[in-house]
Design a protein around this ligand. Sequence first.
Ligand code: PLP
Length: 382
Amino acid sequence: MNTIYADYNATTRIDPEVRAAMDEAMEVGFGNPSSIHRAGQAARRLIDQARARVARLINAATEEIVFTSGGTEADNLAVLGVAQAAKGERRRVVTSAVEHQAVLAPCTFLQEQGQPVTFLPVDGDGKIDGAALEAAAKPDVVLMSVMLANNDVGTVQPIADVVKAAAACGAVVHSDAVQAAGKLPIDVNGLGVSLLSFSSHKIHGPKGVGALYVRRKIPMVPLVHGGRQERLLRPGTENVAGIVGFGKACELAQARLASDSRRVASLRDRFEGQILANVSGTRINGNVANRLANTSNIAFVGLDGEAITINLDMAGMAVSTGAACSSADKTPSHVLVAMGQSAAVARSSVRFSFGRDNSDEDIERAVDLVVRTVKLLRGANR
Ligand code: PLP
């Protein structure tokens, strides 16, 4: 029997249409996009078309898209690029305690270099604290970086409040939309952000490619130096096939967003309802009223989330205990800890994240596998 894949927040399967577009790009777009001959111009045209598709997903202008090697690089470019361009007294970065490491780590790096950083606390649902945000909005702030939706629990952040606070103190706003893209409609103009990161492999595109939306005239410096590609913000010969695949994935995500998220929400809700009804000692982590439609983070109080994950894998279901890059170590999710959960409850939690290829039958089987796994582990605990 096939494995039930319920770890879409870690990564997604590449769409066959994306793969076909990449195959063709490797054939007809082998030239260097910076070359003036026809082979180069063919590659350039492919990048231009992909850039337009990527821009359309977030309602940006084509020239505001800077291609990167993924979400991590886009986040680093936003945080370090703006912070390192800062001059005078305005140098502080404000972020939240529940960001992905791709934002937290560059913020910590800045702090170690002597640049001031404020980490906003969150409430029990993982939403940033409004009073702390207001208090942080001081004239020394150069950048506010708050994610659109959280990867571990799915909580959607009040970006409009962040934009308002930033406007009050003259700061630039960045939002990590790596998990939100393809799951929520995104309009960078409606949101009012100046920088927004997203990543191809979370939306059925290839790994190793992503983008940073950079509104015109945002003062920032590049992380790497070299050629003139990507408005000088990300020099280096472009990953043509990857960019083409990302463009196709964005086009598909846009066309399917409404129907996919409705269907996935109903699968997630059915799964969650049945687990809560059939497994004692379970509760949902995150903002149930305002979270990503595909994400269900469940605490199995008294059990070890990692043991559940390993047993489910052996039984034929792929889930995770949190961000893929940190689930290999034993420390509890910093997101759940910031939400006020005890280390024990945080360690008992499992993230189920559903997606496009999940079926009704997957959900029936998933519930059965989770119920049986918990029974097995509780029996083993006695
Ligand atoms: N930001 C968030 C919220 C994520 O969930 C991830 C990946 O899990 C990233 C950033 C990093 O993206 P990438 O894997 O493309 O480097």
